[in-house]
Structures are given as structure tokens and as C-alpha cells.
Design a protein around this ligand. Sequence first.
Ligand SMILES: CCCCCC/C=C/C(=O)SCCNC(=O)CCNC(=O)[C@H](O)C(C)(C)COP(=O)(O)OP(=O)(O)OC[C@H]1O[C@@H](n2cnc3c(N)ncnc32)[C@H](O)[C@@H]1OP(=O)(O)O
Length: 391
Amino acid sequence: MTALTWRPARCWCPSLLQIFRFPVAQVHVGRPTMRASQQDFENAMNQVKLLKEDPGNQVKLKLYALYKQATDGPCNVPKPGVFDLVNKAKWEAWNALGSLPKETARQNYVDLVSSLSPSSQASSQGKHGADEKTQESKNIVVTSEDGITKIVFNRPAKKNAITFQMYQDIILALKSASTDNSAITVFTGTGDYYCSGNDLTNFTSAPNGMEEAARKGAVLLREFVNSFIDFPKPLVAVVNGPAVGISVTLLGLFDAVYASDTATFHTPFSQLGQTSEACSSYTFPKIMGPAKATEMLLFGKKLTAREAWAQGLVSEVFPESTFEKEVWTRLKAYAKLPPNSMRISKELIRKNEKEKLYAVNAEECTILQAKWLSEECVNAIMNFVSRKSKL
Ligand SMILES: CCCCCC/C=C/C(=O)SCCNC(=O)CCNC(=O)[C@H](O)C(C)(C)COP(=O)(O)OP(=O)(O)OC[C@H]1O[C@@H](n2cnc3c(N)ncnc32)[C@H](O)[C@@H]1OP(=O)(O)O
């Protein structure tokens, strides 16, 4: 109860207040060289407001903790409850500073701000909003060429983890691809990963509470998966590297899956206190049989590309050295096939399944909405965010 009255530092600009929108980065706290004055401290606070790029959660937590220590002294408020993820993390960061003297905290704050890279400082010209928007949409890149619309997970620094914004961008990209001039649509990833699944920090910033976030997440997930169920043209995954979570389960709704031999397929839902999605509770047992689906969806067994091929999830595996060349040559040839024939054949395959898929999707989303509020799930996500465990 008291925890709810605890206020975050007011010096942060609004985008930085949502400290968990971006995952953790390494903190480097510069070594104090001299005592920072109150003026240095205030200058540093102003500099933080001008940061152009998000410095990462760990840095923001550290800044928050040092600010509180420098102004209020040692942590003196009760620990927020387990579901109040953001405030709990802030409390833990502040509390971890123990009895660090106010002056040292002030100096460390100034050093930390000055250690942030110059490239992340804003020019005070202020076209911040426009830049951010461009940045968001670049995480999903859509191009169309040679009869192929390519939708690319393009967030390699985060292994192409999918943010809420990316889910929305993909829904729009699929809508547009369904009526553009292309014959087929292809998903692939930039960098070494195909996609590491849902961004695990999606639910750690919940300004209106976790229940509201889980409700909205379930609505978004349902619409997202429905846009795959409904997609009318051949949908192909070019799996260039490891795939995790929802990027794997969605493959059951694709028409063909080509994988590099560096790809792996991992659905660690139980480990995350979650359950299967994207209709995989229906498509996976159908594709690979219930026993193999259980190993993946319940026990989180990670498959190699060849194992995934043997179980029918992957159409064909290619050596990494020739993967791109072979796959794109083949896809360009397929894209020259009569598009209406391909569309109608897909419709014949999919139409008897559609009602079932909608129903499965709805049920999976309802179950997940509840799971996201469970202690098992909250703990697993907090472990990831605080880096206690890696899958
Ligand atoms: C509308 C909501 C729909 C929700 C649908 C439900 C969907 C469920 C799922 O998809 S469950 C699967 C979720 N994914 C994971 O559990 C994977 C988590 N990530 C990892 O285990 C590892 O990062 C890894 C194995 C993918 C890669 O390990 P490694 O090679 O050691 O790299 P790093 O861990 O250092 O990763 C680099 C960088 O990327 C960030 N990152 C990677 N994956 C995610 C992720 N899924 N969510 C958030 N952030 C991710 C990681 O934190 C590092 O960031 P940093 O450099 O530290 O800032």
C-alpha cells in the first residue's frame, strides 16, 4: 500500500521513466576524479533529460538509484510487491547502494552521466519524437522485389526479440502484403538470429498495472496470430539462425520453412511459466505427433534444424555457406508461378482448418493472459531481466 505512494525521480524525461521498455545494458560507472558540486549534479540531471538514445535499463536503474541516494540518502521506503515489477526493480537498485554517502552518490551520478557515449547525447535541436518513430519502424523492414515481399526482423542487437510495436508493424505489413503485387511473402531475420521470440521486457513496464497489460497483450496476440491464419498468399520462413518462442510456434501457420543448418528451434514456455501460442497446441501435434510436440511445448526441448526437418516442421535444411544463395534463387523461381493458382491452392488447404485455428488461438490467448499474471511467469521474466539465468 505504502509502496504505491512511492514516486520516481522527477528529473527524468517521460521516455526514460518507462525504465523497462528496453532491456538491460552493461553499466560502466566512471571512477570519480574529484568531488561533484551541487551545480555539477544539476547539470548532469539536465544532461540526462537530453539523452537522445535510450541508455538501457541497467543504466537507468543505476541513475535512478544514485539520484535517490544523492537526494534522499539510503533507501527508506518499503519494498514494492512482487507484481509491481518496475518499482520493485527500482527499489532493489536503490536499496543495493546501502549506506553510500550522499556526496559519493552525487559524484557517481555525475560520472555515470558523463560516461554515456557522446553519440547518445541529444543535439539540442530537438527532433526527438520523429527520430524515435523512425527507429521503431526500422525494427521491422518490409521490401518488395522480384514478386517477393520480404518482412525482416531487424533488431539484431536484441536477437530480433519482438516488441509490442513490432507485433503491430507485422500485422500492418501482412495486411499490406496480402493485397500488394507480390506472389509470395517471406519472413527472415537480420544478424545471427532469426528471432528470439517475445521481447521479455514487454510486460515489465505496465503503467496501468499488470492486469491491464496482460489483457491488452492477449488482444494484440490474438489479432497478430489471426493475421497469419488469414494470410492469403504462400507464406515462407527463411530461418537464418536460432528461433525461439513465438517465432517457432508461428511456423506451424507457414506454408514452407527453409532453414540454415545453424538454425535451432526452441519453445521454452514451461521454463518461462507460460504456455504455447500461435495455435501450436493444435498445429504442432498435427505436424509432428503428440509425443514430439510434448517434448517441445511442455519440456522445452530445443531442436536442431535437421531434427525439426525430421519432425516435419521444416521443409528443407541448407548448409549455412550456401543457404542465402540457394533459398533466394529458389524463392525467386517460385514467385514466378501463377499467383492466383498458388493463392487458391492455399485457400483449399487452409479453409477447412480456419474455424478451428481461430478457436484455438482465442483459447491460447485467454490462458496466456492468466499465465502472464502468475508468480511462475513473473519470476522467470525478472530472472531474465536481472540476468540470473539464460536459457
Ligand atoms: C503480444 C505479446 C505476445 C506474447 C506472446 C508469447 C510469446 C512467448 C515467447 O516468445 S517465449 C520466448 C521468449 N524468448 C526468450 O525467452 C529468449 C530470451 N533470450 C535468451 O535466452 C538469450 O538472450 C538468447 C539465448 C536468445 C541469446 O543469448 P546470447 O547469445 O547470450 O545473447 P544475449 O542474451 O546477450 O542477447 C543479446 C541482447 O538481446 C537481448 N535479448 C535477447 N532475447 C531477448 C528477448 N526475448 N527479450 C528481450 N531481450 C532479449 C538480451 O537481453 C541482450 O540485450 P543486452 O545486450 O543485454 O541489452
